[in-house]
Design a binder for this molecule. Structure first.
Ligand code: PHE
Length: 359
């Protein structure tokens, strides 16, 4: 039988005991003793449900109020004791402000990322925006739509990594409805498929650059890799001419290499551009007088380019009589090699800090 006067006594006793505590560990024990799962007050609280309705109003209320007050006091005490122990600790510790600090080594971007960032910055200033596309591509986007017919050598098994057809293709959620054109069957061998994807989706004027990874079935050596980076460029509008292509790419080379580099355009062939040209720059090592790097020619090849082939325009339902455009593809590793004088492509993917720290 619980009565109010013995409850009073109990309450006073517990409050007095609490006031006397002087360490956090004692407080923990105290809390457990009173408020733990089998604690004294917890047991009391449990017994409230067995009281008569009358008693619930008086004794029950007393116990509940007691608990609320008690909990608050314990918390207050805890904060107090914590502060005391912190102050004690601080007054005992000696802080030596003359000790050297811990120096955290600061990392930086990978040289290839730096090249991409610089390239994006330059083309951004020309009004180009960045676009991207999937690395797993369909034959349609990687070849067909770019006017690369089925028997073209670029499709050779030696160049292209084909993806095993399991019947269940990974879906490309961002591309919406999957058609057979969308079914990825290979790793893209260049960034040019993104040209087609963008032209399908957006009306001209278009001016984009597309940095990204590409894959080719090649043995690794100092100048070849099965995975490397390209940046694709595409500009489509009315009255775009070959002079625009030359001007844009020449200015890019000068800004990128921070030198008054000269450029020359040699006729070339790409199925998706007509006419096509390869752009050379005057050798950065010898400035064009002839050295080992440029094989005494004074020129090094930098990129592939050309005017968008009308066949590609037709594929994306743009009228070639109304629109024209130019496109280019630059090897990012190649840019980095020229800019930093690196002579082995493999260094870029070995993650050797001795190499990376130099940039
Ligand atoms: N896609 C070509 C390649 O990988 C480069 C290129 C892009 C050429 C755009 C012309 C225009 O070799």
């Amino acid at each position: 039988m619980i009565d109010v006067s013995s409850l009073y006594l109990l309450k006073n006793e517990s409050f007095a005991e609490l006031a006397k505590l002087s360490s956090l560990s004692d407080l923990d024990q105290f809390e457990l003793y009173w408020m733990g799962r089998k604690g004294k007050l917890t047991t009391l609280l449990r017994s409230v449900s067995e009281l008569s309705i009358e008693d619930k109003k008086t004794i029950g209320k007393f116990i509940n109020d007691y608990k609320v007050e008690f909990t608050a006091l314990i918390l207050q005490k805890k904060t107090l004791l914590k502060n005391v122990s912190l102050e004690q600790k601080l007054s005992q510790e000696i802080f030596d402000t003359t000790l050297p600090g811990t120096i955290f080594p600061r990392g930086h971007q990978h040289p290839l990322s730096q090249v991409i960032a610089e390239l994006v910055r330059i083309f951004h200033s020309f009004g180009f925006v960045v676009a991207d596309g999937p690395e797993m591509e369909s034959e349609f986007y990687n070849f067909e739509a770019l006017n690369i017919p089925p028997n073209h050598p670029a499709r050779d098994m030696q160049d292209t990594f084909y993806i095993e057809q399991t019947g269940k293709q990974p879906s490309l959620p961002s591309l919406g409805h999957l058609t057979s054109h969308e079914d990825p069957s290979l790793l893209r061998t260049h960034t040019s498929p993104v040209q087609v994807r963008i032209m399908q989706k957006y009306p001209p004027p278009i001016s984009i650059i597309v940095p990204g990874r590409v894959y080719r079935h090649e043995a690794m050596d100092a100048t070849h890799s099965c995975m490397f980076h390209q940046v694709e460029g595409l500009l489509v509008d009315k009255n775009v001419s070959f002079a625009d292509l030359k001007g844009t790419l020449t200015r890019f080379a000068q800004l990128f290499f921070e030198k008054d580099v000269k450029t020359r355009f040699r006729p070339s062939y790409f199925p998706f551009t007509e006419p096509s040209a390869e752009m050379d720059i005057s050798c950065l090592i010898c400035s064009g007088t002839g050295c080992r790097v440029c094989k005494q020619t004074g020129w090094v090849e930098l990129l592939g380019s050309g005017m968008v082939n009308p066949k590609v325009f037709e594929e994306v339902r743009l009228d070639p009589d109304q629109y024209s455009g130019f496109a280019f593809g630059i090897g990012i590793e190649r840019l980095a090699i020229f800019k930093y004088g690196v002579d082995d492509l493999r260094l870029f993917c070995e993650n050797d800090l001795r190499f990376l720290k130099q940039f």
